[in-house]
Design a protein around this ligand. Structure first.
Ligand SMILES: [Mg+2]
Length: 290
C-alpha cells in the first residue's frame, strides 16, 4: 500500500458545514480557497452526507464545490466514486449487506406494507440499503419505531431505525438502515482502504448527525456556525467516553481573517491539526485578496 504519511485526508459533512445554507454569513473567499486546496495532489477529499446521489450532485453544482475523491452518501449506506461515474463501492455494500441478510429496501418494504401512518418516500430517496418513509410529525413515533424494530428482529435483520423530523417540510422521517452503515464506520472503512492513518485525517461537521464522528476520537472540527447545544452535547459525549478533549476543535474565527463559519471553519480546523495546511491556505488566499 502507498504510504500516505505526507498526505492529508479531509472528510467533511456538506449541509451547513461546507455549504453556507444556514443563518450565519459565509466568509466570501472561504469556499474558493477550499476549492483550490482540494486541487492539491496531497489532499484527498471525502464528502460525508445524508444526501442521495442526485442531491449530492445538485449541491456540487449549485454551490460550485470541488468534485470529491469519494462521497459517502445516503446517511452512510453508500460510498460513491465520482471519478468512476459515481459508481458505488461494492466492497462497502458487501460490508453492510450481511446486516440485512442480503435483502434490499424493496424486500424490506414488503414487511411494513400493512402499517398505517407511514408512506414510502420517493424512489430517488430509497437506496439498496436505505428504506425511508414519511410519517405524521405530530404522531407519537415510539410505538411505530417499536413495531418496525420488532418485525426486523423477528427476521434476524440488524438495522437502525431512525426517527427524525424535517422541520422545513414539517414531516416525520423514518429511516431504516443496516446497523453497520453509519457515517463513522464508512469513514473508517474509506481510511483503511485508502491507507490513511488517524494522524493524517480530519473530519468536519456541524450538527447532531455528525456527533458520532465528531466524538469518535478522530481529529475533528466543529464549525463555528454550529449551535451551542451541539457544542455542549459534543463535550458531554467526549467526557462520557473518556476521549481527550483536544481531539475535537471548535472553530473560533479569525483564521486568516475569515469568520470560522462553514468552509472557513473547515480550513481553520484542518490548519489546527495539520499545520502544513496553514501554509497552503495562506498561499492560496493571497491572490484572492489582491
Ligand atoms: Mg450538516
Amino acid at each position: 500500500m502507498v504510504s500516505k504519511e505526507k498526505e492529508v485526508l479531509l472528510c467533511s459533512d456538506l449541509d451547513r458545514t461546507i455549504l453556507p445554507n444556514g443563518l450565519q454569513a459565509e466568509s466570501p473567499e472561504a469556499r474558493q480557497i477550499l476549492r483550490r486546496i482540494s486541487q492539491k495532489e496531497e489532499l484527498t477529499l471525502i464528502y460525508v452526507s445524508g444526501r442521495s446521489e442526485p442531491l449530492l450532485k445538485k449541491a456540487i453544482a449549485e454551490y460550485d464545490l470541488p468534485v470529491p475523491d469519494l462521497a459517502i452518501g445516503d446517511v452512510g449506506t453508500t460510498i460513491y466514486e465520482p471519478d468512476g461515474g459515481w459508481s458505488p463501492w461494492s466492497d462497502w455494500m458487501e460490508e453492510i449487506a450481511p446486516d440485512w441478510q442480503g435483502k434490499t429496501w424493496k424486500d424490506l418494504a414488503e414487511m411494513f406494507s400493512d402499517i398505517d401512518g407511514i408512506r414510502l418516500q420517493e424512489p430517488e430517496k430509497q437506496n439498496t440499503y436505505k428504506l425511508s418513509y414519511y410519517a405524521d410529525p405530530s404522531a407519537d413515533h415510539r410505538p411505530l419505531v417499536m413495531e418496525v424494530e420488532q418485525r426486523l428482529k423477528e427476521r434476524a435483520i440488524r438495522a437502525s431505525v431512525i426517527w427524525s423530523i424535517d422541520e422545513t417540510e414539517n414531516i416525520g422521517l423514518l429511516d431504516i438502515l443496516p446497523q453497520r452503515a453509519t457515517k463513522l464506520h464508512a469513514i473508517r472503512f474509506a481510511m483503511k482502504k485508502l491507507g490513511f492513518s488517524e494522524t493524517r485525517t480530519v473530519f468536519a461537521g456541524d450538527s447532531g448527525n455528525d456527533l458520532k464522528a465528531l466524538t469518535s476520537g478522530l481529529q475533528a472540527v466543529l464549525v463555528k456556525n454550529a449551535t451551542d447545544h451541539v457544542r455542549k452535547e459534543a463535550l458531554a459525549i467526549l467526557t462520557q467516553r473518556g476521549i481527550p478533549k483536544d481531539r475535537l476543535y471548535f472553530a473560533q474565527g479569525n483564521f486568516l481573517g475569515m469568520n470560522g463559519n462553514y468552509s472557513a471553519g473547515v480550513l481553520e480546523g484542518l490548519a489546527h491539526f495539520l499545520p502544513e495546511t496553514r501554509q497552503w491556505t495562506k498561499k492560496l488566499a493571497e491572490p484572492l485578496r489582491q
